[in-house]
Design a protein around this ligand. Structure first.
Ligand SMILES: [Zn+2]
Ligand SMILES: [Zn+2]
Length: 237
């Protein structure tokens, strides 16, 4: 191939060798296929909260007793090594190039292709303005942009304020903590009327923020809301 034709291919990031973040294989993509297969074995998850459940059990006891304000909840992986490491790099170390590899995991997770196909809007969980200013980017938006969905919107769901970490708080305290943290502008309610929404977050911990965002979307008229998380932490204590 003539050099001028070869040069653009060489300078495309996809052509650069890189090291697998997990097993350190070199050259590899940022997540090599072996590690991806090894650490993403699907487990049965509760359709209400995405926590692991025994095979054949669609909903956990907690979701049966107290149904969450979302119609479905999906997660690709447990929030455990090596994903804690990869997500920390994406969130806190400016490794925004990892978004494509992590979004590919998400796009292949059970239920996610169907949820994306049925969603009118894909909404990344917004960060509070002060958080966005501090970090410079929203990891959930980076993931959303890499997913196979044409209608990613950042204007429909607004974050009014940052909420402190929820873990360790009682259910009532978590609910109080996030009350009013999200809003939909009246001018945007029409776009949500009767619509299916996929709400995307990088890590789902207690679900309190996703639930509060879902309540704001529901009040604005959204009909079906599916929460999708890249990683799910274990049950809150
Ligand atoms: Zn590897
Ligand atoms: Zn559940």
């Amino acid at each position: 191939m003539a050099l001028p034709r070869l040069l653009p291919a060489l300078f495309s990031p996809a052509a650069w060798p890189s090291q697998c973040l997990i097993c350190r294989a070199w050259p590899a993509r940022s997540l090599c296929p072996d590690c991806t297969a090894r650490f993403t074995r699907p487990v049965p998850r509760c359709s209400g909260c995405a926590l692991p459940v025994p095979a054949g059990v669609p909903r956990c006891g907690a979701c049966l007793v107290d149904p969450p304000p979302i119609d479905a909840c999906l997660a690709a992986v447990d929030y455990a090594w090596p994903w804690t490491h990869c997500i920390a790099r994406l969130k806190f170390h400016q490794d925004v190039g990892l978004a494509a590899a992590l979004a590919a995991l998400l796009a292949a997770a059970p239920g996610v292709p169907q949820a994306l196909a049925h969603a009118d809007w894909l909404l990344p969980m917004p960060l509070a303005p002060e958080r966005l200013a501090e970090r410079g980017y929203n990891p959930a938006l980076l993931l959303a942009r890499q997913l196979p969905h044409a209608s990613c919107r950042t204007d429909l769901l607004l974050r009014m304020r940052h909420t402190p970490p929820q873990r360790g708080l009682s259910r009532a305290a978590r609910r109080r903590n996030v009350r009013g943290a999200f809003a939909v502008e009246a001018v945007n309610a029409q776009a949500l009327q009767g619509r299916h929404v996929a709400l995307l977050d990088d890590v789902m911990t207690t679900g309190a923020s996703l639930h509060e965002a879902a309540r704001a979307l529901r009040r604005a008229g959204a009909r079906r809301i599916t929460a999708i998380a890249l990683a799910r932490t274990d049950a809150p204590r």
